[in-house]
Structure formats: structure tokens, C-alpha cells
Design a protein around this ligand. Structure first.
Ligand SMILES: Nc1nc2c(ncn2[C@@H]2O[C@H](COP(=O)(O)OP(=O)(O)OP(=O)(O)O)[C@@H](O)[C@H]2O)c(=O)[nH]1
Ligand SMILES: [Mg+2]
Length: 336
């Protein structure tokens, strides 16, 4: 589907004001603009994002909290977000959910599934749910998730929930985008601690053992204890909380919210919260530079045959990947 941006002028003050007033239509269109890979959209997008960034640094902001909910497919991330989100809106927060959907490019259909699983939140006047394609990126994090979070904050949302399948690739890890990472797991999924990727174990801040209901209650609690002991060995200096709940039946959700808010408060007090955001801004800069260079390289169609020759030379053993890359970059720089 082609989106017509001509009806919304993203360089106008009116559009920006509408966004800051929380206009959902403008927010949805802005997110589509952010996800667009079309070159023509890029300049408008960059100027618009710059304006968003400036707005957030200059206004006296309500503090926002960015929460990632990660875990294997089917553990109950969407169900939990629905419950958490409802509790947050009841507490006078406004909630934006960015559900990063690794399958949407292939099936194009699971988006609807996620919306229906968040039946409590979807349609709520203080909540906004946005499924975003992961654009084939590892780590389950879309290329523009950072920017999407920022635009949601400009629109006035103060609790941002990011749902992502935990893949744990360090470079694209959701931990670089949020203040707190919740790992959702469940007893009997067979993955235990061994099945959870190392990157996730290192970057998560709280563990949720979901589906603690029915005849699973005892086994879930045992599993939570095992996890806690194993985590203590793995990360002896961090006291990672493990909490049991049932997203489906709604038990243990308010306890989880208390854990999240005390975690945030202690990190705000000791400065770790702000330091993490500062580090993330530097990583954001690095990845924006890398992405821009990659884009410039991919747009140079005149260099395609050189690239093909170099690839063939590497395959034939006539050059090494590093030498070929250095040569390619030299040509790229000379001509740009
Ligand atoms: N018994 C039980 N079932 C649950 C619970 N939470 C979720 N489920 C069920 O587990 C299934 C998957 O739930 P989702 O919330 O869609 O899980 P998800 O992790 O978002 O799944 P993906 O987005 O596909 O990775 C659904 O059938 C839910 O009804 C729970 O606390 N207890
Ligand atoms: Mg889901």
C-alpha cells in the first residue's frame, strides 16, 4: 500500500503542533513516514525527527519510562502488555505500544493477531498500539524503533512498551532502546536458562514467569526459584528479581508494576537511569552514521559492477574481504 504523505505536511508547524497535542492520526502517519525506506521521504523525515529531538530536549517533560517486553514466541508478551497497559492507564498514564512483529513481512497478517490479543488496550483513548515490521533485522528490533519511541513521546505518551521476540543479538538488542527490559518466560517451555540467549540474560532487568495459573502454579514457583539461583551465579552483583504471574488471569500484575517502579526509582536515584539514556544516545549516533553510510553505498548503482567483481575475486581467492572492502570504500569516498 502506498501512503500519500502529501495530505500531511510534516514540515509545517500545524502538523507538529497536532502531534504534540497527541493527534493519533498524525502520530500514525509520522510512524509510517519513519518506517518508509523511500529516498524522497528521507529528507522530510530527518528534518521532522530533528524537530522532535529538539522539542524533547527543550520542554519540561513529564518523565517517560520505556519498557521492553521480550521473550520467546507464545510466552504471553502481548497478553501481559495488555494487562500492564490497562493498569498504567488507570493510573493516569498514557501508553504507547510498539509491537515489533518479525513475521509481518512474510505473512502480513499477524498484526491483527496482536491487536486482538491486546483487546483491553486497543481502542482505549489513552493508549496507542502500533505493530511495526522488524524489517528483517536480527534482534527483533526494527531499524527505526528508537525514532518511533521518540515520536510517541512527542505525542505525549509517557509509558512506552516495546514488544519484541528475544533474539539477543547485541547490536540490535532492545536493551539499547529502553530503560528497563522485562524477560517473559514460562515453566515447561523446555528452554530453561540454557535456552535463553546470553545477550538477553546479560541485558534484562526483571524476569517474569508467566502462566503461573491452574495446575502449573507449583512448578512455576519452583522454576522461578531455579532461575533466581542461576541468575545469582551468572550476575552476582545484580539482584535480578524473578516474579511469577498470570497475564491471562491477571494475578501478580500489580506486584510486577511495583517492582518496575521501585527498579526505576532506585536507578533514578543512583543516576544509572540517566547514564543509560546518555549511553544510548551515543549508540544511536553510531548506528545512524553506519546506516547512512550503508544507504549511500547501496544507492550507488554505478558501483554495482565493481562490487560484483570484488565479490567474485573474494570467492575465487584472488583477494581478501578486508582488502576488497578497503578498495570499495576508497572508490565510494572518492566519488561521493
Ligand atoms: N494459561 C495461560 N495462558 C496464557 C497466559 N498468558 C498468555 N497465555 C496464552 O498464551 C498464548 C500466547 O499469548 P500471547 O500473549 O499472544 O504471547 P506472545 O508472547 O505475545 O506471542 P508472540 O507475539 O506470537 O510471540 C495465548 O493463547 C494466550 O491466551 C497466562 O498467563 N496463562
Ligand atoms: Mg505477541
Amino acid at each position: 500500500m502506498m501512503i500519500d504523505f502529501s495530505s500531511i505536511d510534516f514540515s509545517s508547524d500545524e502538523t507538529f503542533d497536532l502531534l504534540t497535542q497527541g493527534d493519533i492520526q498524525v502520530l500514525a502517519r509520522a510512524l509510517t513516514l519513519i518506517e518508509s525506506r523511500r529516498r524522497v521521504d528521507q529528507e522530510i523525515r530527518n528534518r521532522f525527527l530533528e524537530r522532535c529531538a529538539q522539542y524533547l530536549t527543550t520542554r519540561i517533560a513529564h518523565p517517560t519510562v520505556r519498557i521492553a517486553v521480550t521473550g520467546s514466541p507464545g510466552v504471553g508478551k502481548s497478553t501481559l502488555i495488555d494487562r500492564l497497559g490497562l493498569m498504567l492507564v488507570e493510573a493516569e498514564h498514557t501508553v504507547a505500544v510498539l509491537a515489533i512483529d518479525p513475521s509481518s513481512e512474510i505473512t502480513g497478517g499477524s498484526i491483527l493477531g496482536d491487536k486482538t490479543r491486546m483487546s483491553g488496550l486497543s481502542g482505549h483513548s489513552k493508549a496507542f498500539i502500533r505493530p511495526t515490521p522488524s524489517s528483517g533485522q536480527l534482534g527483533g528490533v526494527g531499524a527505526m524503533t528508537r525514532e518511533s519511541i521518540m515520536v510517541c513521546e512527542v505525542a505525549g505518551f509517557d509509558r512506552i512498551l516495546v514488544e519484541t521476540v528475544g533474539v539477543g543479538q547485541s547490536e540490535t538488542s532492545v536493551a539499547h532502546l529502553v530503560d528497563i527490559v522485562l524477560l517473559v518466560t514460562m515453566e515447561g517451555s523446555g528452554d530453561g536458562l540454557q535456552g535463553i540467549k546470553r545477550g538477553i540474560l546479560e541485558s534484562m532487568d526483571l524476569v517474569v514467569v508467566n502462566k503461573t495459573d491452574g495446575d502449573r502454579v507449583q512448578a512455576s514457583k519452583r522454576f522461578a526459584n531455579e532461575l533466581k539461583q542461576a541468575l545469582h551465579l551468572l550476575r552476582p552483583h545484580d539482584d535480578v528479581e524473578v516474579t511469577c504471574l498470570s497475564a491471562e488471569f491477571g494475578s501478580g500484575i500489580s506486584e510486577l508494576l511495583s517492582l518496575i517502579s521501585s527498579w526505576c526509582n532506585s536507578h533514578l536515584e543512583n543516576g544509572a537511569f540517566d547514564k543509560r539514556r546518555a549511553d544510548q544516545r551515543l549508540k544511536w549516533f553510531d548506528s545512524a552514521v553506519a546506516r547512512t553510510i550503508e544507504q549511500i553505498a547501496s544507492e550507488r548503482t554505478d558501483l554495482q559492477s565493481l562490487k560484483t567483481d570484488l565479490r567474485n575475486a573474494i570467492t575465487d581467492g584472488n583477494t581478501t574481504p578486508l582488502t576488497a572492502a578497503a578498495h570499495f570504500v576508497n572508490v565510494l569516498m572518492d566519488k561521493t
